[in-house]
Write a new protein. Structure first.
Length: 285
């Protein structure tokens, strides 16, 4: 039977892996700036500065695109709550630098989408701000997790976000929306890979414990959601318009990462790991 490691022991055991993975990411990360994706020449003052306030006919986006981008900016703008939930597990050395880098990258997404929506008058900026204040005031809390649960969950969440933004890009709304969505999707895919590499390192050092964490996160996976003004959730709305359907998570989110970790071909599990793996048998190719 494999010895269970405490979170503190795991932080120490995986510290070198975190350092190497983070350094590789920083050295190879694609350089881009959020302001480059915003058509500033389309902007003009609102009434507060002597211009005109927003009216519905000013928006040139479809209802689907407006919904999808509104959800994206609200989720991204709630970054302080996500930072708190992730950061409370990783408050030392390379782990803390990892969280800081991830937070900075996610913040670029919020800046880019929000600036685009306001400058192009794609949505009502006052309604967007009201929704943002409500969403951020409520914050975001996960059930208590151990370190490996948190890392595995982040790998799944970033993979799910990448799928959502790939589907927003596929709407073909306009070149700017497509470019913004594709940029975020690429970042999400890279971030998912970062977390996935750390899960892979954990599999090599604590296979049973990591397998248990992965199985638990699959069973209880919840993406960040937004309650819209009409009371419906972003889950319901995005599924209706084909941007993100939770019914497809098994094939599109979980299965690719399970393959990346060689979950169904590993031979280093003890009884506990085998039991956890069996719980995921329906996701086996």
């Amino acid at each position: 039977m494999h010895t269970l490691l405490t979170d503190r022991e795991l932080l120490e055991t995986l510290a070198v892996d975190v350092e190497v993975i983070l350094r590789t990411h920083v050295d190879t990360a694609e350089g881009w700036q959020p302001h480059d994706f915003v058509p500033w020449d389309q902007g003009r003052n609102f009434a507060f500065l002597g211009g005109d306030d927003w009216t519905p006919e000013q928006s040139e986006l479809s209802d689907t695109a407006k919904l999808a981008l509104t959800v994206s900016v609200l989720v991204a703008d709630n970054l302080p709550a996500y930072h708190r939930e992730v950061g409370k597990h990783m408050r030392s050395g390379p782990w803390w630098r990892w969280v800081g880098r991830w937070t900075a990258e996610e913040n670029r997404h919020a800046i880019m989408i929000r600036d685009y929506l306001v400058v192009t008058r794609a949505v009502d900026p006052e309604e967007l701000e009201r929704l943002r204040m409500v969403h951020m005031t409520k914050g975001f809390r996960r059930p208590a997790m151990h370190l490996l649960d948190a890392v595995a969950n982040c790998a799944f969440e970033e993979a799910a976000s990448a799928i959502r933004h790939r589907n927003i890009a596929a709407l073909g709304e306009n070149p700017q929306v497509t470019a913004i969505a594709e940029r975020i999707a690429r970042d999400d895919e890279i971030q998912s890979a970062l977390f996935a590499d750390l899960v892979a390192a954990a599999f090599d050092r604590a296979p049973d414990q990591t397998m248990r964490a992965v199985a638990d996160r699959v069973a209880d996976f919840q993406i960040p959601t937004v309650t819209l003004a009409d009371g419906r959730t972003s889950d319901e709305m995005l599924a209706e318009v084909g941007v993100y359907d939770r019914a497809q998570e098994g094939a599109l989110v979980f299965a690719p990462l399970l393959r990346r970790w060689n979950v169904f071909t590993r031979t280093d599990f003890g009884p506990e790991g085998e039991l956890a793996r069996a719980e995921l048998s329906e996701l086996r190719d």
